[in-house]
Design a protein around this ligand. Structure first.
Ligand code: NAP
Length: 285
């Protein structure tokens, strides 16, 4: 039996791909209603992370923040305390590399194996089984979960030892956050100078200066529909993790830190649950 904890935007879709490809799945989520579709499709419900641990050989977690992952994994009723020796925990949440190393060491205290496998790709790739896994940890453990990763993703990129998957994920999200903010600011400038939003967006998208992923955000900006694919609060969290990683490695990142605070201000203004492209809404006049 495979366990899956965390059925938000990403986890619910990843778990659904596991079930639809015939994997026997037991799931837990803080908010049970989010599991109802999965339960209809044959997944079993666990009342706690403990029950997931007790009934699974391999457990995937896809949770919002390091603090939430820690809450689920550690403690008397946590995942690790009830997961038998030799079993395998795969954390797909976006966290920092030091945190992944800490979770690996906590798991190892119980003789539990640990992979960190964050993903690149958002709501739609998650639904289509087209995520890119960035994996850190033991290669043999990765081989064991490869059949599962293959139904959730289109690429599995091995990054090295535990923590390196998280390192690569932070590098990617740094680019996402900055590209989105730069694009939004450029559109705002164009509009402020009297160009139409439609013309500015389409001209930028036809040129070489725009990151390819922004094509997928075009309609959100044009229609001012910022329903979440990747919630802005998670992007702000990721930029915080970037900043911490820079500090840990004695690196100055002035552009990243300004960008981080722009997302923090947008979050403070109530855009936290919107898509991170709502940074445009925050910057616009
Ligand atoms: P989400 O929709 O906000 O889901 C977050 C998950 O964490 C839910 O299962 C939620 O449970 C759980 N959670 C939050 N706070 C909790 C708490 N205090 N106690 C227990 N559970 C808690 O987020 P998501 O978009 O799926 O993202 C999940 C992870 O993947 C994050 O680390 C994110 O940065 C990363 N990621 C997201 C995307 C994306 O495009 N969305 C892409 C790549 C990576 P409830 O359902 O009860 O709230």
């Amino acid at each position: 039996m495979i366990g899956f904890i965390g059925l938000g935007i990403m986890g619910s879709r990843m778990a659904e791909n596991l079930v639809s490809h015939g994997f026997e799945l037991i799931v837990y989520n803080r908010t049970k209603e989010k599991a109802s579709e999965l339960l209809n499709k044959g997944a079993k419900w666990a009342a706690s992370p403990r029950e997931v641990a007790e009934k699974s050989e391999i457990v995937f977690t896809m949770l919002s923040t390091p603090k939430v992952v820690e809450g689920v994994a550690l403690g008397e009723d946590g995942l690790l305390n009830h997961f038998a020796e030799g079993k395998l925990w795969v954390d797909c949440s976006t966290v920092g590399p030091d945190f992944s190393i800490k979770m690996a060491s906590e798991a190892n205290k119980y003789g539990i194996r640990f992979l960190n496998a964050p993903v690149s790709g958002s709501k739609v790739p998650a639904a289509n089984g087209e995520l890119i896994f960035l994996v850190g940890g033991n290669k043999e453990d990765l081989e064991e979960v490869t059949p599962m990763l293959k139904v959730m993703g289109k690429e599995i990129l091995y990054q090295g030892e535990v923590g390196k998957g998280s390192s690569m994920k932070l590098v990617i999200n740094l680019m996402l956050a900055q590209s989105m903010a730069a694009f939004a600011e450029a559109v705002c400038l164009g509009e402020a100078m009297g160009l139409s939003k439609d013309i500015v967006i389409n001209t930028l998208l036809n040129g070489a200066t725009t990151a390819p992923f922004i094509k997928g955000k075009k309609d959100k900006l044009l229609k001012n529909d910022f329903s979440a694919e990747f919630p802005l609060e998670h992007m702000q969290k990721d930029m915080q993790l970037v900043s911490e990683a820079a500090y840990a490695n004695n690196l100055a990142m002035p552009i990243a830190n300004v960008t981080k605070e722009i997302y923090a201000l947008a979050k403070q203004q109530g855009l936290d649950k919107h898509d991170f492209s709502a940074i445009y809404q925050y910057l616009t006049k």
